[in-house]
Design a binder for this molecule. Structure first.
Ligand SMILES: *[C@@H]1O[C@H](CO)[C@@H](O)[C@H](O)[C@H]1NC(C)=O
Ligand SMILES: *[C@@H]1O[C@H](CO)[C@@H](O)[C@H](O)[C@H]1NC(C)=O
Ligand SMILES: *[C@@H]1O[C@H](CO)[C@@H](O)[C@H](O)[C@H]1NC(C)=O
Ligand SMILES: *[C@@H]1O[C@H](CO)[C@@H](O)[C@H](O)[C@H]1NC(C)=O
Ligand SMILES: *[C@@H]1O[C@H](CO)[C@@H](O)[C@H](O)[C@H]1NC(C)=O
Length: 406
């Protein structure tokens, strides 16, 4: 401001050296009031790839004519006769810069698809037929991306906050949206830029990213891992057909995060070994028994279902053969039996119903048929009475009639 005022004053002195001092002072006062550019806001925080509107107004003394106006990102010019580079002539900007203002007072521009390199101060400059404006004030543009801030791991059942971070407070206060494995989420948002996952489940694990509603930019994904104790360890036995003297491996497998590394083996409740595999070389009847494995990670431990190894003599074989049974198999058989009993009961009911129906059809006769229709129980009961009485009436009227022969 002061620079311009001085500059204008000096210019006035040069142009009108013979004018009285009082007149000079008057011009000075008018000039400082009439020249100016203001930016609102003067600081802009924009999301990468978004469009930015730099709102701007300017004034100049009445009577002046605008010769040139432009935006630049160069603050200093060494010589006042030298001009700052015009951004609309800069190939890096020309395609993305759009002047929205006018030639009276509005110098607003739009810069689209901002990139990190656009982070700068921007200045509006103009020149009239008499003088030019070289203001030191400008608009500061900060360009930010989005980063998901989340713990790498969370234990199942705990709550977790994910934050969508920007390096500056975004001028455009759009709502944040969240993605898990590229699918939009509808989970509760704590604050505008936070996602709250309550009582985390295994399915919540994945790659999380965030974005601003209405903007194409999506943050890099952050991976959230959900920790949980081993679940349903299972024993696998190989080979599947075991003959006495074979080498047999019992292998314990369980689902857990992180993967369980600590396994214990029990035979009939007694600890017999550790490690994912339990090897038996030269299996014999001594190895008959009930086996279980226990899988453990830092979040908990779990026992497998029991597996029973049974050495049985097969008359045809020269060696004893091992029979393997699992308790879950036993449970399965019980369920099957229950289902079979249930199906049989249903069958019996259907058969009884069918037999009843068949009988009704056999003795088909208007009156009897009505009795077989279950939906008209009460009605048919009444109907039965009336029809029977009718029948009796007929019989009574018929009975007294003497036989023709006699
Ligand atoms: C300047 O022009 C832009 C675009 O036409 C408009 O949105 C804005 O309101 C104008 N500003 C003023 C102060 O008139
Ligand atoms: C495995 O777990 C048992 C407790 O169940 C513990 O005593 C042992 O140190 C653990 N071993 C390893 C290798 O972590
Ligand atoms: C158990 O046997 C398997 C192959 O049958 C072998 O790879 C493994 O190293 C053995 N483990 C132990 C503890 O002996
Ligand atoms: C396997 O065990 C039987 C006794 O149970 C023994 O006679 C035989 O020599 C053993 N075989 C080997 C290879 O160790
Ligand atoms: C089979 O096992 C029984 C013990 O259960 C043992 O007495 C018998 O000798 C075994 N038979 C053979 C052929 O090894």
């Amino acid at each position: 401001m002061s620079f311009n005022t001085i500059y204008l004053t000096l210019m006035s002195v040069r142009m009108a050296p013979r004018l009285p001092l009082i007149f000079l002072l008057m011009i000075h006062g008018v000039s400082s009031a009439d020249w100016g550019v203001s930016y609102s806001p003067s600081h802009i925080c924009a999301l990468k790839t978004s469009s930015v509107i730099m709102s701007c107004t300017y004034t100049y003394p009445t009577g002046h004519q605008i010769m040139k106006m432009f935006w630049t990102n160069t603050k200093e010019i060494k010589d006042k006769h030298e001009e700052s580079p015009d951004l609309s002539e800069d190939p890096e900007y020309s395609q993305r810069l759009q002047y929205l203002g006018d030639t009276q007072q509005n110098c607003t521009i739009r810069l689209s698809h901002v990139i990190q390199k656009d982070q700068h101060m921007y200045y509006f400059r103009f020149r009239t037929n008499i003088d030019q404006w070289i203001g030191k004030q400008g608009v500061t543009l900060t360009v930010t991306d989005l980063q998901v801030e989340a713990p790498e791991r969370v234990t199942e059942g705990h709550n977790v906050h994910l934050t969508c971070k920007s390096s500056c407070t975004l001028t455009d206060r759009a709502t944040f949206i969240w993605y898990r494995n590229s699918q939009p989420l509808t989970e509760r948002r704590d604050r505008n830029n936070q996602l709250l996952l309550q009582s985390v489940r295994r399915e919540d694990a994945g790659r999380y990213s965030c974005a601003l509603h209405g903007h194409s930019y999506i943050s890099p994904a952050a991976h959230l891992s959900v920790m949980y104790p081993p679940e349903n360890p299972v024993i696998f036995i190989s080979p599947s057909v075991i003959v006495e003297g074979d080498s047999v491996t019992l292998s314990c497998s369980s689902d857990s995060n992180p993967p369980a590394l600590n396994f214990s083996w029990f035979k009939g409740g007694t600890f017999v070994g550790s490690g994912r595999n339990y090897n038996i070389s030269n299996i014999s009847s001594d190895h008959s028994g009930v086996y279980k494995c226990k899988s453990r990670n830092e979040h908990g431990e779990k026992y497998s279902d029991a597996v029973t190894l049974n050495i049985m003599f097969h008359p045809g074989a020269d060696r004893n053969v091992t029979v393997i049974t699992t308790t879950s198999g036993g449970l399965f058989i019980i369920i099957i039996i229950i289902i079979i009993i249930f199906i049989n009961i249903i069958n019996i009911i259907i058969i009884i119903w069918f037999i009843m129906k068949q009988r009704c059809v056999k003795t088909e006769d208007n009156r009897v048929k009505q009795i077989c229709d279950p939906s008209e129980d009460t009605y048919t009961a009444l109907e039965l009475k009336s029809t029977t009485s009718d029948l009796y009436d007929t019989l009574t009227t018929v009975r007294p009639r003497p036989p023709e022969d006699s």
